[in-house]
Design a protein around this ligand. Structure first.
Ligand SMILES: [Zn+2]
Length: 401
């Protein structure tokens, strides 16, 4: 398929450059972030550089950026628009495409192949190309970018932005419309599940199982397993733990077990049970976690938990309705995966809408179609114009709720 000259080509080139940075979550995203910051600086954005060290001591970078209109034109007090993305990608060790590697960004069959092409460097390229098509002189409200780290592994980047970024605070105060560009095939997503996890650990002592020297950690862990099964069954059968805005409507309780070492002639010194819950708006999963915590502590087991919040806005909120009309979609939808939106909900006018299908994300043959790149770019240009140029003042009034 032939892309329209300029916009489509620009987006594709930007996406290829982004993909060629190996920014798997376990590595530093500093260089790809620098590239994003340089692009934005070149078209008039000011940059806030939010960094931290992850649990392995690796430097992580979040780029928060703002481009103000010329001062005499600025709409005081509120308004503006933000595009949000992440630069980290999931590992590519199992990459299975035979005609290119995961970080080569090759085009074939009207698709751009590579790790992060769909989730979500293709989307980021669309937004960068779209904003470059708008002159600062056209703006009457600010345009913002938030580009985070570690979205794929606990969203610590977004948490850091929420805590530390002065520009993000300004966005909250201005009540800007925020578009999280995760792949939705340009459907408008008004709610998604979150992710809460628990980790229960028993420790023993490893030895050759023919001797009496070992202490088998499983024998301490096993007594809590019936409770995990009981609670999982409750998640399935108790309708007060269901939310039918989602498919499946359940918390998708998932129990995972692990031993170290794992050999039948060695007593394991470590036994671990982990549980992952996909928590939902209007379902309180915390009592379930509390029951596990109390029982684990009573049994002398180690217990830890992490919480990733679900996300939701009103399905008929004005910014949702407007985005529906821009995308020619009839109804907004929900999805069952989590995004930075759960963490950044101090922005009350958030929505998720991006090119590419989640079916292609995280796969060993990840790609995004060139058609989605083209549509994404066109949509984001409309979005920026709607909420940051005079075109916006003729549309539906922004909602403060
Ligand atoms: Zn993503």
């Amino acid at each position: 398929m032939a892309l329209p000259r300029n916009m489509g080509e620009t987006t594709l080139l930007l996406a290829q450059q982004l993909i060629r940075y190996d920014s798997v979550s376990s590595t530093s995203n500093e260089s790809v972030s620098q590239w994003v910051a340089d692009r934005l600086t070149a078209i008039g954005f000011e940059i806030e550089w939010i960094t931290y060290r992850d649990s392995q001591g690796v430097l992580k970078v979040n780029v928060v950026a703002k481009r103000k209109p010329s001062s005499q034109k600025i709409r005081a007090g509120e308004g503006g628009v933000c595009y949000l993305a992440h630069t980290d990608v999931v590992p590519a060790d199992d990459w299975s495409v035979d005609f290119c590697g995961p970080f080569e960004a090759v085009v074939r069959d009207n698709r751009l192949w590579g790790r992060g092409s769909c989730d979500m460097k293709g989307s980021l390229a669309c937004a960068l190309a779209a904003v470059a098509a708008i002159a600062v002189e056209e703006q009457t409200a600010p345009i913002y970018f938030v580009v985070t780290s570690d979205e794929e592994v606990g969203m610590d980047g977004a948490k850091c932005v929420d805590r530390k970024s002065a520009i993000f605070q300004e966005m909250v105060e201005r009540n800007v419309v925020g578009i999280v560009g995760e792949p939705t095939e340009l459907n408008v997503v008004y709610a998604h599940k979150g992710g809460a996890s628990m980790r229960i650990v028993a420790r023993g002592k490893s030895a050759h199982s023919s001797t009496r020297d070992g202490i088998n950690a499983n024998h301490q862990l096993i007594p809590i397993l019936p409770l995990l099964l009981e609670l999982r069954n409750e998640c399935e059968s108790n309708i007060s733990l269901h939310n039918h805005d989602f498919d499946p409507p359940t918390l998708s309780w998932n129990t995972v077990l692990r031993n170290e070492p794992f050999a039948t002639n060695v007593t394991p010194s470590l036994a671990e049970a982990a549980v992952f819950l996909r928590c939902m708006p209007s379902v309180d999963h915390r009592p379930l976690m509390k029951r596990v915590e109390l029982e684990a502590l009573r049994m002398g087991l180690e217990f830890s938990q992490r919480e990733g919040l679900p996300f939701s806005v009103q399905r008929d909120a004005p910014h949702v309705r407007e985005l529906l009309s821009m995308t020619s979609k009839k109804d907004p939808i929900t999805v069952c995966y989590a995004t930075d939106a759960g963490v950044l909900q101090r922005l009350s006018q958030l929505v998720i809408c991006g090119p590419g299908s989640i079916e292609q994300a995280h796969r060993s043959d990840e790609f995004i179609s060139l058609e989605q790149l083209q549509r994404g770019t066109a949509l984001y240009e409309k979005v920026f114009r709607r909420w940051a140029t005079p075109m916006g003042s003729t549309g539906v009034t922004l909602d403060r709720s």
